[in-house]
Ligand binder design. Structure first.
Ligand code: GLU
Length: 490
């Protein structure tokens, strides 16, 4: 597939945060642009002033940045690009509406916008309820009647004139050819009487001005597309390609919503999902590489992504799969990337040390190597690291069960053995632990649990011998002796 120069856009309305469906749409656009060396445009569709808010815009930008979906254009070219905002382009939509009226593709509708007047009892009503009727459009009025109304600045909407016959069709990259009988489409408003464009007009004018070649968006826009195709044709510009991507459903096969848990992508960040996993997961919601590969970096996706892989069937959001993928990515991320992701988590848990940027970095990297396999979420890392960095705090139940008095002496014996163990590595440590258990006549499994609780205060930890190596000889000895004392006192 070669489309050059490919230009795509993501056009969210800032009436909510960046939700999973929107992020997935953005990602498909971004991937396609990156795949083909095209341009990815971010356009905030904020013409619905009442429902749009600055906080929502910020939320969308945060989500885009978190997922690494950089956009290529915007008003402040040269610096970090701002996205395009429709609210800054209102004149352009008004001009396009005027052009459509001039070419006969649209007409003024004075009905929709009869001026409002006060009745004798002070009620605010459309004037059409009064003696004079405004049940008229520029289609039925004579030219001079229209001119008088325009000169008087009478409010009116601009309505697109849909042909009464024929069919409007388009080829959808996901669904194939889709057609609508024009008779099923009503004449639709493109500019409201308050001078604001409707979605159909602003989206088409922008996609035209921004020279968008492929419109990739949610399935819910299929029924809007014939109206937009008619607008492109009326404005005399080529119709872009369309790809409508399937809906995302919850496990219960209902449209994904709050009921299914988080819907804003930033909530997943808060829950300790790494952006690499989120990108991987979102990409597979409705797209498949054609084989059974499931783990992709963003670069892999850029290499593999194409519209052909988008399925027409709805995609199901499986939170367990996301968690599995998150663990897989946590295991594979380069050290520096993982450390950057986990740093705020360590800071919140008061486990971050300035030395982690210097001489203690190697230690942190080794600790992470032990913790990665068990980390489903970033929060599992401070959870596992805390016991290694803080003085041992015995979990009462764990100590009662695994540090009975008869473990005291074997623990001390192990400490003595580790004191001059050389080399001090997991293999020799394992031999020392097993050898001590055998020599003292205690079961290896029970002894290992006693050692574990001595080291961490808990029954769960990363690999025991690796943990001893990581803690180092002195710290391990001190902890094992502390376990011996705890055992004696119980
Ligand atoms: N602002 C529209 C939405 O958020 C964009 C639709 C489109 O991509 O054309 O649904």
């Amino acid at each position: 597939m070669s489309i050059a120069p490919l230009r795509v856009r993501f056009a969210p309305s800032p009436t909510g945060y960046l939700h999973v469906g929107g992020a997935r749409t953005a990602l498909f656009n971004w991937l396609l642009a990156r795949r083909h060396g095209g341009t990815f445009v971010l356009r905030i569709e904020d013409t619905d002033m009442e429902r749009s808010s600055e906080a929502m815009v910020q939320g969308i930008l945060d989500g885009m940045r978190w997922l690494g979906m950089t956009w290529d254009e915007g008003p402040d070219v040269g610096g970090p690009h701002a996205p395009y905002f429709q609210s800054q382009r209102l004149d352009r939509y008004r001009a396009a509406a005027a052009q459509l009226v001039a070419s006969g593709h649209a007409y003024y509708d004075y009905r929709t916008a009869a001026p409002r007047v006060k009745t004798s009892d002070g009620e605010d009503v459309p004037e059409s309820f009064g003696p004079k009727s405004y049940d008229e459009t520029s289609v039925t009025l004579r030219a001079d009647e229209v001119a008088t109304r325009e000169a008087a600045g009478m409010p009116r909407a601009v309505r697109f004139r849909v042909p009464t016959e024929g069919r409007t069709t388009f080829v959808d990259a996901v669904h194939g050819e889709i057609g609508f009988d024009n008779s099923s489409l009503e004449d639709f408003v493109v500019l409201r009487s308050d001078g604001y464009p409707t979605y159909h007009l602003s989206v088409v004018v922008d996609d035209m001005d921004m020279r968008i070649t492929q419109v990739i968006r949610g399935d819910d826009h299929i029924s809007n597309t014939p109206k937009q195709v008619l607008l492109y044709e009326a404005l005399g510009v080529p119709v872009p390609g369309f790809a409508h991507v399937p809906l995302i459903l919850g496990a219960d096969k209902k449209r994904l919503s709050k009921r299914h848990g988080a819907t804003s992508v930033m909530e997943y960040s808060t829950q300790g999902i790494v952006p690499e996993a989120m990108v991987n997961f979102l990409a597979l919601l409705g797209w498949s590489p054609g084989d059974d590969q499931e783990l992709f970096s963003a670069d892999d996706l850029v290499e593999r992504f194409d519209l052909e892989g988008i399925s027409g069937g709805n995609a199901v959001f499986n939170p367990d799969k996301l968690e599995w993928m998150n663990n897989q990515h946590i295991m594979q991320l380069p050290d520096d990337v993982l450390i950057a992701h986990v740093r705020p988590w360590l800071e919140r848990a008061e486990l971050w040390r300035t030395g982690f940027e210097g001489e203690q970095r190697v230690w942190l990297t080794r600790a992470l190597a032990l913790l990665r396999p068990r980390a489903k979420r970033l929060g599992d890392i401070p959870e596992g690291l805390g016991p290694l960095m803080r003085p041992v705090a015995f979990d009462a139940a764990a100590a009662a069960k695994h540090l009975p008095p008869e473990m005291s002496e074997p623990l001390d014996a192990l400490a003595a053995r580790l004191a001059d163990l050389a080399p001090f590595d997991p293999t020799t440590i394992e031999q020392a632990v097993r050898g001590t258990a055998e020599a003292r006549g205690v079961k290896a499994g029970a002894f290992m649990q006693a050692v574990r609780v001595s080291l961490t205060g808990r029954t769960v930890s990363p690999g025991l011998f690796e943990t001893i190596e990581l803690l180092g000889r002195d710290e391990s000895l001190a902890r094992i002796r502390g376990g011996a004392r705890q055992a004696q006192s119980s």
